[in-house]
Design a binder for this molecule. Sequence first.
Ligand code: PLP
Length: 368
Amino acid sequence: MLRGYVLRRYAAPVSQPLWSAETVAVVSGRPAPAPDAPVNPPIVPASTFHAGGPYGYAREWSPTSEALEDAIGALEQGSAVTFSSGMAAANAILDLLPPGAVVVAPSSAYTGVAVRLRELAGIGRIALRIIEVDDTDAVVDACSGADLLWIESPTNPLLQEADLPACIGAAHASGARVVVDNTFATPVLQQPLTMGADLVLHSVTKALSGHSDLLMGAVVARDPELAEQVRGRRVLLGAAPSAFDCYLALRGLRTLAIRIERSQENARLLTGRLVDHPAVSRVRYPGWGSIASIELHGGAEAADQLCSTVRLWIHATSLGGVESLLERRRRWPLESDVVPESLVRLSFGIEAAEDLWQDLSSALDALS
Ligand SMILES: *Cc1c(COP(=O)(O)O)cnc(C)c1O
């Protein structure tokens, strides 16, 4: 019964798409049209497949993850491979590096990635050069003789922005590959592969799936052959996502553009008001996207009080979901010490802006 529409490789479109990201998010990763074929791909929870077809074994290929990979690849304009988490995806990229490879990376990056890079440097597996992504000259200098430039823009949680074309150009001039963690921006707002990046990393856990109900990662490569090397890492490291999670992620991805539009609107409006709040000493927001950070005059204590006083905002880690979340990043012992103690990261959701403001501003008003 499944034959005809499921046992078909979803073509990974690497050329310029005909439609904008809003449309691609809705139409990509669908089964081929046929009478009575489902409009969206069904969940196929199989570990193994009858021999002779394209799938074989689900650690390598499976129809449900392939549909999601088709969609993420179409949005980023490359070939995507999904993983069981963003960290699994990050480690697959690092696993491709030769021993002793020189990696250029941001001073404040996603904590898990930053800690892992330091760990690998500590055992001599890689050599690490730390840069500020918004200091383009420093990035250009550090790229000389490097093997990989690892970049986030905007960075987590300081929201520093990189000049991506300049950084990518410098890396390529030195023969280094470039990976851009595009989790914060999403392909709706920024497509690094179109600026020349070799790889894009996503924590699909965040905005791409958008509902805080699964863990997943993705790597998207501009070159399909590099994507196959990345898939080879997934196969050997064993970090494949489940069919159920792929189904949920694709379902969430359908509304990506409209969620980003709304959460970005909330972020713009409320960061504009936060700058004028007397309890707030600094607002970090690049003017776009759904994530911002604020610092408070009252230090870590005021930040903790804010997080425990809000009622609509949720005090929790993570970001990119339909619900607004906030947390003091330095509550985590492994967070970089370049992150101020009083910094509270805000992930704007899609609730009504005035409800979010009422909750946040009254919690800020209450800080003594
Ligand atoms: C969450 C996150 C990751 C790690 O992804 P997981 O799905 O939690 O493993 C990597 N990079 C960024 C920017 C993130 O926010």
